[in-house]
Ligand binder design. Structure first.
Ligand code: APR
Length: 239
């Protein structure tokens, strides 16, 4: 591990928001143990029953609206503010806890809950209100073409041009609270490593792609991330 980094790239998964009271996907009480992916997270499901899919995401909005960032989110903001390097965040999460923690450079590669996209003209609507098959696009006036701006399984990720650049040019890659089971995000560590980054994984337990990580820090993110950030900052101050 280096003493100083110039460009830090952080990948977050639902585990970073677990201590803010939000469900992860694959834990025992995870979302995918309560709902079938085929019913709510594929484009086929959307075309088959739009309002069933809209209801699923509309019903998530109040909880995500009320959720507060935890110490892990806040520590990342501290790193951005106090560490002399560019710090970027690529998140798989559709919650807005990084933004609520006042972090910047946040890229929602799987979309976000408070957006819908018009399948006709591509216009993105930012709203915490319900979106339905009756919603009219503010840009092209089409009705019934607004889809939750969530990347469904099989769809292309968002911001991938930016993400590729960051994976090729970052010298520290940090993964927080993701099981590493969903590609292409699960492959990011390999790319970052290939381009010379030091790689660190934070989780409650070893994950399926832990082979590519130089360091594994196990424990709750709200405890491990503030400690790690403090160490990085102190190392700079000490040098
Ligand atoms: N601190 C650190 N890690 C945690 C914590 C915590 N407090 N709580 C849970 N975790 C870890 C779990 O051990 C697990 O490895 O977070 C991970 C959550 O994994 P998943 O439930 O698989 O969720 P995630 O990796 O975010 O899913 C990736 O899959 O379903 C799709 O699009 C969806 O973005 C999602 C993607």
């Amino acid at each position: 591990m280096k003493d100083k980094y110039n460009r830090i790239l952080i990948l977050t998964g639902s585990g970073i928001s677990a201590e803010s009271g939000l469900a992860t996907f694959r834990s025992e009480d995870g979302l995918w143990n309560k709902h079938r992916i085929e019913d709510v997270a594929t484009i086929e499901a959307y075309y088959k029953n739009q309002d069933y899919v809209h209801d699923f995401y509309n019903n998530m909005k109040p909880e995500l609206w009320n959720a507060r960032p935890n110490e892990a989110h806040l520590a990342i903001t501290k790193l951005q503010q106090e560490y002399p390097a560019e710090v970027n965040i690529i998140t798989q999460n559709i919650d807005t806890l990084h933004e609520k923690a006042k972090s910047k450079n946040v890229y929602h590669i799987h979309g976000q809950i408070n957006q819908a996209v018009c399948m006709n003209c591509g216009h993105v609507l930012e709203t915490w209100s319900d979106v339905t098959s009756e919603t009219q696009c503010a840009n092209c006036s089409t009705i019934g073409m607004m889809k939750p701006n969530i990347v469904f399984f099989g769809e292309n990720l968002l911001y991938m041009d930016k993400v590729e650049k960051l994976l090729h040019t970052s010298d520290l890659f940090i993964s927080i609270g993701t099981s590493g089971q969903v590609f292409p995000a699960a492959g990011f560590v390999q790319t970052a490593k290939y381009y010379g980054a030091d790689t660190v994984e934070f989780n409650l337990e070893p994950t399926s792609n832990n082979f590519y990580f130089d360091k594994h820090i196990m424990g709750k993110a709200s405890q491990t991330i503030p400690k790690f950030v403090e160490e990085l900052i102190q190392k700079i101050k000490g040098s």
